[in-house]
Design a protein around this ligand. Sequence first.
Ligand code: HEC
Length: 139
Amino acid sequence: MRIAFLLAVATTLLAACSSSSSGTDVSGLAPTWTNVYSAVVAKKCLPCHATSTGVSLGKLDLSAKDKAYANLLNVAAQGSSCAGQGTLVVPGQASSSLFYQKVGSSPPCGLTMPFQLAPLSGSEKNLIKEWIDGGAKNN
Ligand code: HEC
């Protein structure tokens, strides 16, 4: 009886811990643009980058998959904090791509994205990194 109770408490605590950890586990997904867009961008970036602040301040419209791809690939940053500070996606070079650098804890310009939301999980960041390092294909 007591053991069953302790087990129930432990299970509840474990569940609470995993649901409160930031971001979503996307480690099973292949690093394609389709997966980056649907699993990360559509869920975490559109509150702003489809309307209002992200488009007006960030100057980055990610509201549809093809539009987002065209607005990222080899495009120079134009937003309020990052204009003149780099390129959004440099195919093959996540470490030089602001689209990846800005989801890290110390971006070279402006705020960590997603602004005002919980930081991305390690696997969400990694999905973006692997997609860019793999050539940032429109796949
Ligand atoms: C709550 C609103 C908000 C959310 C959510 C958000 N952004 Fe932003 N974003 C902004 C604002 C405001 C700026 C301009 C200031 C800055 O660059 O820090 C910006 C700027 C950017 C820029 C720089 C664009 C440029 O050309 O200068 C990138 C890249 C970016 N965001 C990526 C993302 C990604 C990726 C996500 C989702 C993981 C995201 N943002 C979610 C508001 C948001």
